[in-house]
Design a protein around this ligand. Structure first.
Ligand code: SAM
Length: 462
C-alpha cells in the first residue's frame, strides 16, 4: 500500500462521506479523508497530513463533479467553511444523515439491524439560527466584523449577509460594524492585549420577534455611547435588550462576563412548545427554534409520558424538556451541572405555573448517586421515564451505570452526536435496554451535524 507524502497532489474519486462531513477516497485500499469534496466528485487534492493508516487532504481542483453537487448559495462560501454541505442537494444531505445514525449504531453500538426512521426535514433550510457570534479584527484597514476562516484564529473576514440568520440581524451586525469603524476606538489585539472591540453576539427570539444585542469589549470607555444606543434602538425597534459585556481576560470567548444593560431589559422572552422562556446573555437555548419544537415533539412522541409517573430530565439546561414533562407527568426532575441554568429553569417553572417541576443542580453522576443511595430499592422505582440530552461527549460510563440502576421503563436519548450516543447505547443494551425507535432530526441543514432521538425500552417491562 502506497502511503502518500505531505503536499503530494493526487487525483481522487470520492466514494462516500465520513462522520463529520469530509469526503472519503481510497487509493489501493488506503483511506484518504478529503476536505471540500463530495461523493461522486473526482478531485485533485493536496495531502495535508499523512499517517500509517490514513491521510488527510484538501481538494484544490474539481476535475469532475458529482451529480449531487449544486452551486453554493452563500456569497461567503469560499472563505467561511460554516455551511460546508450547501453544495450537496438537500435530499442527499438527509440520506447521509439517516445512514450515519444507522451506521454509528451498528458499528459503534453493535446494534446490528437498527434502522433509523425517515429524518425530520428542516423547517427552514436557511436563516434558521437564533444565535450568532461574530469577532472583531483589524487586518490592516480598520475594524472588520465577521467570522474566522477555518483554522485562522487571527484573521476575520467581513460578513455582509450570513444565510444562517435573519435579514434584520444581518443589518444589525452591519450597523454595529459601521459604528465601530468610525468610533476612534481600536479593535482588541490579542498579542498586546490593547484595544477595545472584541465580539458581537446576536440572539433572536424567533416566535416573539425580540432581539438581544450583546457587544463584548475589553475594559475602557465606550465611545459615543448615547449615540450608539439611540442609533441602534431607533433603527431596530425589535431590539428589546442591548447589553455591554466586558471581557477583561485574554481568553477569546464572548459570553460569561459581567455586563451592563444599555437599553431595554437584561433578557429577551421566547415562546416554545407553549412554554414561556427567559433568555439571558449566558443561557443555553437550542439554536434552531423551529426545529427544537419539532425535536421536542419527537421526544414527547417517543417518551409517551403518563400522568401517573415521575420523569427525570438529565442534562436539563434551562429546563425546557423538564417543563414539557412536568406538564404531562405527576412530577418531573431536571438535573443540570450549570447552577445558573438550573436557577433559570426554576424561574421558567414559576413563570409557566408548573409547581411539579424540580431542579437539582450538579453532575448527573453525583446527583443520581445520592438519590440511589437514599432510595431503599437502590434507585428502582424513582422514575418511570428518563430523558437524557447530554453534551457532545455523551454520558460518562458512571452516568450510564446509574441511569441503568434507576430501572425506568423507558429511556429517551436526545443526541447531538450519533457516535457517542451509539457507544452509550451499547452499554444500555448490556444493561437490559432494547433500542425501540431512532430517528434523525435535521436541526442544522447544510452542515454535517446530526441530531437524533432514540427510545430504549427496559426488557421485560410491562
Ligand atoms: C445539549 S445540552 C441540553 C440542554 C437541554 N436539554 C435543552 O434542550 O435545552 C447539555 C447540557 O448538559 C449540561 N451538562 C454537561 N455535563 C453535565 C453533567 N455531567 N451533569 C449534568 N449536566 C451536564 C450542560 O451544561 C448543558 O446544559
Amino acid at each position: 500500500m502506497l502511503i502518500p507524502n505531505l503536499a503530494d497532489e493526487l487525483d481522487l474519486k470520492i466514494e462516500s462521506l465520513a462522520f463529520g462531513g469530509r469526503g472519503v477516497a481510497r487509493r489501493d485500499g488506503f483511506v484518504i479523508f478529503v476536505d471540500g469534496a463530495l461523493p461522486g466528485d473526482l478531485v485533485r487534492a493536496r495531502v495535508t497530513r499523512s499517517r500509517r493508516s490514513f491521510a488527510e487532504a484538501r481538494s484544490v481542483e474539481l476535475l469532475n463533479s458529482s451529480n449531487s453537487r449544486i452551486p453554493p448559495r452563500c456569497r461567503h462560501f469560499d472563505l467561511c467553511g460554516g455551511c460546508m454541505w450547501q453544495t450537496l442537494t438537500y435530499k442527499t444531505q438527509l440520506e447521509f444523515k439517516q445512514r450515519q445514525v444507522t451506521e454509528c449504531l451498528s458499528r459503534i453500538g453493535g446494534l446490528s439491524g437498527a434502522e433509523s426512521e425517515e429524518p425530520l426535514e428542516a423547517a427552514r433550510r436557511w436563516r434558521y439560527r437564533n444565535k450568532v457570534e461574530f469577532s472583531f479584527a483589524d487586518n490592516g484597514g480598520g475594524a472588520v466584523l465577521g467570522f474566522h476562516p477555518p483554522g485562522q484564529w487571527r484573521r476575520v473576514f467581513n460578513v455582509d449577509d450570513c444565510l444562517l440568520h435573519s435579514r434584520v440581524t444581518n443589518q444589525i451586525r452591519n450597523h454595529v460594524r459601521e459604528f465601530t469603524r468610525s468610533s476612534g476606538n481600536k479593535v482588541y489585539d490579542h498579542d498586546s492585549g490593547s484595544g477595545f472591540w472584541r465580539h458581537l453576539v446576536l440572539r433572536e427570539a424567533i416566535n416573539t420577534g425580540e432581539i438581544m444585542v450583546n457587544v463584548v469589549t475589553a475594559p475602557g470607555r465606550f465611545p459615543d455611547r448615547d449615540e450608539f444606543i439611540s442609533s441602534l434602538v431607533s433603527a431596530f425597534p425589535q431590539i428589546k435588550s442591548l447589553i455591554w459585556s466586558v471581557n477583561a481576560t485574554r481568553a477569546s470567548v464572548a459570553t460569561g462576563f459581567p455586563f451592563e444593560v444599555l437599553a431595554g431589559r437584561g433578557h429577551i422572552s421566547e415562546e416554545m412548545c407553549g412554554l414561556k422562556l427567559k433568555v439571558s446573555p449566558d443561557s443555553f437555548l437550542q439554536t434552531n427554534t423551529l426545529m427544537t419544537e419539532r425535536l421536542y415533539g419527537k421526544m414527547l412522541d417517543y417518551a409517551s409520558p403518563r400522568a401517573d409517573e415521575v420523569a427525570f430530565d438529565l442534562y436539563s439546561g434551562v429546563g425546557s424538556i423538564t417543563l414539557l414533562l412536568a406538564g404531562r407527568c405527576r412530577r418531573a426532575y431536571g438535573i443540570e451541572i450549570n447552577g445558573k441554568a438550573s436557577c433559570l429553569a426554576a424561574e421558567n417553572a414559576r413563570v409557566n405555573g408548573l409547581g411539579n417541576a424540580f431542579f437539582m443542580p450538579g453532575k448527573v453522576r453525583t446527583v443520581l448517586k445520592k438519590l440511589i443511595e437514599e432510595n431503599a430499592a437502590g434507585g428502582k422505582g424513582l422514575a418511570g421515564l428518563v430523558v437524557l440530552d447530554p453534551p457532545r461527549a455523551g454520558a460518562s460510563k458512571k452516568e450510564i451505570e446509574r441511569i441503568i440502576s434507576l430501572g425506568a421503563e423507558r429511556l429517551v436519548y436526545v443526541s447531538c452526536n450519533a457516535a457517542t450516543m451509539a457507544a452509550n447505547a451499547a452499554r444500555l443494551a448490556e444493561g437490559g435496554y432494547r433500542l425501540a425507535r431512532v430517528g434523525a432530526v435535521d436541526m442544522f441543514p447544510n452542515t454535517p451535524h446530526i441530531e437524533a432521538v432514540a427510545r430504549f425500552d427496559k426488557e421485560g417491562a410491562a
